[in-house]
Write a protein that binds this ligand. Sequence first.
Ligand SMILES: [Mn+2]
Length: 383
Amino acid sequence: MLASEESMNQTEARAIFEKFLADLPRGKETDIHILADADADGLPAAALLVRSLHAAGYSRVTTEARRKFENAWMPEVHARLRDRNPEALLIVDLGTRPDAILPGVPTLLIDHHAPFGTPPGATLLTSYGTEPTATSGLLAWWCAAAIAPALAQDLQWLAGISLLSDLGDKAPFPDLAESKKRFGSTAMRDLTTLLNAPRRSATGDATVALQILLEGASPKQILASDSPSLHALKEAKAEVGEALASARKAPPKFSSKWKDELGADIVCIRIDTPCQVHPLVAQIWKPRFPQAVVFGVNVGFRPGYVHFAGRAPKHVNLVQFLRNHTPNGADGTFGGGHDQASGGALPMAIWNAFITEMGFGPEMQVLPRSEQLPAPQSELFAA
Ligand SMILES: [Mn+2]
């Protein structure tokens, strides 16, 4: 939709959003459903959209967070969405692909990831290809400001959290510094960490995190609330912390096979946990191998699958490399994300072929659980 030399700015974003709303089949009575990513960018984006739409008089707006393993192009997800019988759909921070979601239902995708295409008939509001690249939360804040400006001012912290979560403390948007000043940088950071915990936990259910953002007045108010929801976030954070502590002990393995094409060595760290800590593992090891592509490889995240998350140095385009090497049988998420932060999920057999192709040996092969050899006996009991 946008040529790369154009820049997605607030004016364009609000024009796209206002046009989408103006075309809704039943105006402010339209049943609108929002499916958002479960992280601290997608969740604030969903909260901003719901709260501003309500404030603007759209009374029939609901939202949910993506569940573990889900994306917006799975038949199970489509079936669940269809059950709600929405008259309009917003798909937020979940990437964009050329395949239909709910055919015939007006759909707006708000996103900033490397696109694969746009579903037929859908509207795409993306900041991808513009520098700096606005997060989904910031795009949603621009949309909110178009229809409920006073509320958007009060909720600027939601945009700030999305910037902190996706782009870090140095995100080149004035909204971050401004919201830190208004709402407290420590409170914003602490809340960001808590919001990101449930989707990384073994259940991956971020419903509570979303609920908190649909109701909360500010980060400080939320953190002081002592509510069961806040305790649930703290428990998730402790669970993820434990999983990460053991995952970070795994040793790195190396391959130089694709150095010419990729411009970097590949480093794999293999872990085995139901928690979504493989992206964190890649991030933790990245400073140790600043010139390499680092993959956090999780063989225990989803039964029968291997999930991996890569982090690449600035001169490497990991999206392009992965799309060039997408194995047959991969789903449409392989090589999504950002140029320096991409990955995928593969059924075990396909993973084994893929990682051999990447130049790794038996240390990265996986076997179905039932075929795994018993653990070697300890020295003590050896004959
Ligand atoms: Mn995002």
